[in-house]
Design a protein around this ligand. Structure first.
Ligand SMILES: Cc1cc2nc3c(=O)[nH]c(=O)nc-3n(C[C@H](O)[C@H](O)[C@H](O)COP(=O)(O)O)c2cc1C
Length: 308
């Protein structure tokens, strides 16, 4: 299955694993890359040296390409931007901001820069700044989200730019991949389904919560202050929503969620922690290795799209 994205990244299948904060560490990224997709290390708010260590550990597990997600609002973004160059990373996805400032440095190091966008306007701007592709991420996604759905966003972005588009948000099987391709995508980025993979270091309670989730089990917190985050409903989201309705400030609400994703991922606190996951969680019902996930999804997509 060749697309401009598989060619650009040097990967076998058009599947990218989202650079998920606390989740996308070396075991998961290496397993996805080893299985023929592109694994990403999630830079999130980690210091540059932690990201360097993660890259090296992933490299010890696979010779295949791996990428890094750089969260541009991170206090360590500048350091991470340099670390990816020093470590010879060839694909960087960026979130929460404008990567323009690093573009020259990354381009001259031969890095492909792929911003995550939630609107046509941003996709156009990123193409102008020299992005090599964009991830068009719909509101179905787990984590920080925009308002457009994948169904509406992907074709509009595909029409607006000439660089390749990677679809993200709500893709959990071969039907989702086929649909994304029909909308004009040349690859997909998947988060939630990889959270439950055997190689994911996420706490069992978190994985179980995703496996048991129904279609309507996700909630969005933070809309009132323009920082919406999709996670599975629990005591934390109920408390957050109540305070949001009471008109609490962004800072007060931020305080409530400080460190709660880590608490859910590492300690398995699925009551007071933030269980980030997308709307597709309701369809995810089994635990598999990254290889099984990728093979199953690509088998389904290939049959539907007559790729084989
Ligand atoms: C637990 C979790 C954490 C995430 N953290 C990040 C992040 O730090 N940076 C980022 O660009 N995307 C992040 N995302 C979004 C994913 O990279 C991906 O685009 C999204 O999960 C795709 O939608 P899906 O969950 O429906 O597959 C996160 C998603 C999840 C589920």
């Amino acid at each position: 299955m060749k697309t401009r994205i598989t060619e650009m990244f040097g990967i076998e299948y058009p599947i990218i694993q989202g650079g998920m904060a606390w989740v996308a560490e070396h075991h998961l990224a290496a397993a996805v890359s080893e299985a023929g997709g592109l694994g990403l290390i999630g830079g999130a708010n980690a210091p540059g040296e932690v990201v360097r260590d993660e890259i090296r550990k992933a490299r010890a597990l696979t010779n295949k390409p791996i990428g890094v997600n750089v969260m541009l609002l991170s206090p360590h973004a500048e350091d991470i931007a340099k670390v990816v160059v020093e470590e010879g990373i060839k694909v960087v996805t960026t979130g929460a901001g404008n990567p323009e400032k690093y573009m020259d440095m990354w381009k001259s190091a031969g890095i492909k820069v792929i911003p995550v966008v939630a609107s046509v306007a941003l996709a156009r701007r990123m193409e102008k700044y020299g992005a090599d592709a964009v991830v068009a991420e719909g509101t179905e996604s787990g984590g920080h989200i925009g308002e457009q759905t994948t169904m509406t966003l992907v074709p509009q972005v595909a029409d607006a730019v000439s660089i390749p588009v990677i679809a993200a948000g709500g893709i959990g099987d071969g039907r989702g991949i086929a649909a994304a391709f029909m909308l004009g995508a040349e690859a997909v980025q998947i988060g939630t389904r990889f959270v439950v993979a055997h190689e994911s270091i996420v706490h069992e309670n978190y994985k179980e919560r995703i496996i048991k989730a129904k279609d309507i089990d996700s909630a969005v917190t933070g809309r009132t202050h323009g920082h919406p985050v999709r996670c599975l409903r629990n005591q934390m989201t109920r408390e957050y929503t109540k305070l949001e309705q009471e008109g609490k400030t962004f800072e007060e609400l931020e305080y409530l969620t400080l460190g709660t994703l880590r608490k859910a991922v590492q300690e398995g606190d699925v009551t007071g922690g933030t269980v980030m996951a997308g709307q597709i969680a309701g369809m995810i019902s089994k635990r598999q290795s990254c290889k099984e996930i990728i093979q199953e999804m690509m088998g389904e997509a290939s049959r539907l799209m007559h790729w084989d």
